[in-house]
Design a protein around this ligand. Structure first.
Ligand code: ATP
Ligand code: MG
Length: 418
C-alpha cells in the first residue's frame, strides 16, 4: 500500500524543522496577541464556494468535494479564512468584542498537479485579524511575517505588495480591464474567455504563458484607487519603510481568491523554482458581511508550511534533535526488572532514557548505545546488583563511576541532566 498521489508522510527526521517553525510562530503570535483557534477539516461546500468565489481555480478545479451518505455536499478545507470567518459569525464573536486575532496551523487540501512545493495535502500557518480597518494592521502582519522569517534565519525573501481597491473603486477598474481584455481576446485561453463575463479579475491570475504575455500591460487596480484606498495603501507603505521592512510594489499581484480588498501581498523566494510564494495574505473587508455577519473589516495571511520548510532545509541542515541522555544495559532477569523501573522513573522526570528488551549481549548493547548516540550508559548486571552498585559510563570521556543502587535515580539526575 502506498500514499495517494500528492499526499505524503512527513517522516521523523524532518520533524525537528517543522517543530522549530511552529515554536517560533506560536511565540510570535502570542507576543502579538493572537489566540489559537482550531477549525474542522470538513465544511459545507457552499462555505468555500461563496467566500473564495465560484469562478476561481480553487473552487472550479481544486476542491475535494463529495456527498456524504445522506447526500450533503461537503469539502475538505482548501484554506482557513472561510472557516475562521464562519466561526467568528457562528459564535457571534463580534457581539462581545469585534476585535479578534486568531492563528491556526493545520492541513489544507487542493487537488492540484503535484510537484516539489505543491502537494494535495499541504500545511498552512494561518493568521486572521477581525475588526480593524487601520492600515497599521496591514503593515503589522507583514512586519510579523518578516520577523518570523528573520528568526528562522531566512534571507532572500521579498514582500510583494499591491492594493486591490474596494467596491468604490472596482467599477472604474473593471471597465478599463474589460476594454483591455476585449482588445486581446484572440490571444487569451478558453478559460479566460469564459471568465470574461463572470469574473474578469481572475483573468489577471491566469498562469498560461500566452495569456500572461497578452496581459502584461493590462490596467492595474493601483491606478484606479479611490482616495480612501490610496491613503490606506500609502500608510501601509510608509509604515513598512519606517520599520525597515523591504517590499516591492507589484501592480500585477491579484491573488487567487475573490474576497480580497485593498492590501494584498505575497512573500516570494528565489530558491524554490516555480513555486515561489511562501506566504500570501490580504484584506477582506467584505467577507464577514457576505457570509451573514455584520460589516467587519478583516485581514489575514497564510504561510505555506511545506514550502517554508523546504527553503529552510537549504540553510538549516541540522536543527537540534533530542539527544539520548542515558542508555541502560541490564543483564539478566533481575537487572532487567530494576532497569525497567529506573527507566520509567527517569523518563517521568524528563531524562530521555532508553533500554533494550531483547536480551542481547553486553557487546551488542554497547554497540546499540553508540548507535543511538547515548551520552551515558548505565551498566547493571547480576554482580553489580549483588554489590548494590552499578556503573555509569560517560560515553564522551569514557570515564566510569560506581553509583549506589539505593540512591541511584537522584544521583543520576545530578550527573546526567546537567
Ligand atoms: P500558488 O500561487 O503557489 O498556487 P496560492 O496563491 O494558491 O499559491 P494561497 O491560497 O495564497 O496560495 O495559500 C498561501 C500559501 O500556501 C502559498 O503562498 C503557498 O506557499 C502555500 N500553498 C498553496 N497551495 C499549495 C500546495 N498545493 N502545496 C503546498 N503549498 C501550497
Ligand atoms: Mg494555487
Amino acid at each position: 500500500m502506498q500514499t495517494i498521489r500528492g499526499f505524503r508522510d512527513i517522516l521523523p527526521e524532518h520533524i525537528p524543522l517543522w517543530q522549530k517553525v511552529e515554536k517560533e510562530a506560536i511565540f510570535l503570535f502570542e507576543s502579538f496577541g493572537f489566540k489559537e483557534i482550531r477549525i474542522p477539516v470538513l465544511e459545507k461546500t457552499e462555505l468555500f464556494a461563496r467566500s473564495i468565489g465560484e469562478v476561481t481555480d480553487i473552487v472550479e478545479k481544486e476542491m475535494y468535494t463529495f456527498a456524504d451518505r445522506k447526500g450533503a455536499k461537503l469539502t475538505l478545507r482548501p484554506e482557513a479564512t472561510a472557516s475562521i470567518v464562519r466561526s467568528y459569525i457562528q459564535h457571534k464573536m463580534y457581539a462581545t468584542d469585534p476585535v479578534r486575532k486568531f492563528f491556526m496551523i493545520g492541513p489544507m487540501f487542493r487537488r492540484e498537479r503535484p510537484q516539489k512545493g505543491r502537494y494535495r495535502q499541504f500545511y498552512q500557518i494561518d493568521a486572521e485579524v477581525f475588526g480593524i480597518e487601520s492600515a497599521f494592521i496591514d503593515s503589522q502582519l507583514i512586519f510579523l511575517l518578516n520577523e518570523l522569517f528573520k528568526r528562522l534565519g531566512l534571507t532572500g525573501l521579498s514582500a510583494h505588495i499591491n492594493s486591490l481597491g474596494c467596491p468604490d473603486c472596482r467599477p472604474s477598474f473593471q471597465k478599463a480591464l474589460l476594454n483591455f481584455i476585449e482588445s486581446k481576446k484572440d490571444k487569451l485561453c478558453e478559460n479566460c474567455i469564459r471568465r470574461m463575463d463572470k469574473n474578469p479579475l481572475r483573468i489577471l491570475d491566469c498562469k498560461v504563458t500566452g495569456c500572461k504575455e497578452a496581459l502584461a500591460d493590462a490596467p492595474a487596480t493601483l491606478d484606479h484607487l479611490c482616495n480612501v484606498c490610496d491613503d490606506h495603501f500609502n500608510t501601509v507603505k510608509t509604515t513598512l519603510e519606517q520599520q525597515k521592512v523591504d517590499f516591492i510594489v507589484d501592480k500585477s499581484l491579484v491573488r487567487g481568491l475573490d474576497y480580497y480588498t485593498r492590501t494584498a501581498w505575497e512573500i516570494q523566494t528565489t530558491s524554490l523554482g516555480a513555486q515561489s510564494a511562501v506566504a500570501g495574505g490580504g484584506r477582506y473587508d467584505g467577507l464577514v458581511k457576505e457570509l451573514g455577519g455584520p460589516q467587519t473589516p478583516a485581514i489575514g495571511f497564510a504561510i505555506g508550511f511545506d514550502r517554508l520548510v523546504e527553503v529552510m532545509e537549504q540553510v538549516d541542515k541540522s536543527p537540534g534533535t533530542n539527544p539520548l541522555n542515558l542508555f541502560i544495559i541490564s543483564l539478566g532477569d533481575k537487572a532487567m526488572k530494576k532497569g525497567y523501573h529506573w527507566s520509567c522513573e527517569l523518563n517521568q522526570l524528563g531524562v530521555y532514557t532508553e533500554m533494550d528488551y531483547r536480551g542481547k549481549s553486553m557487546k551488542a548493547l554497547m554497540k546499540r548505545a553508540n548507535k543511538l548516540g547515548a551520552q551515558y550508559v548505565l551498566i547493571a548486571g547480576e554482580n553489580e546488583l549483588a554489590e548494590h552498585a552499578v556503573i555509569l559510563r560517560n560515553m564522551n570521556t569514557k570515564e566510569q563511576v560506581s553509583l549506589a543502587v539505593e540512591t541511584l535515580v537522584p544521583e543520576l539526575i545530578k550527573i546526567v541532566k546537567k
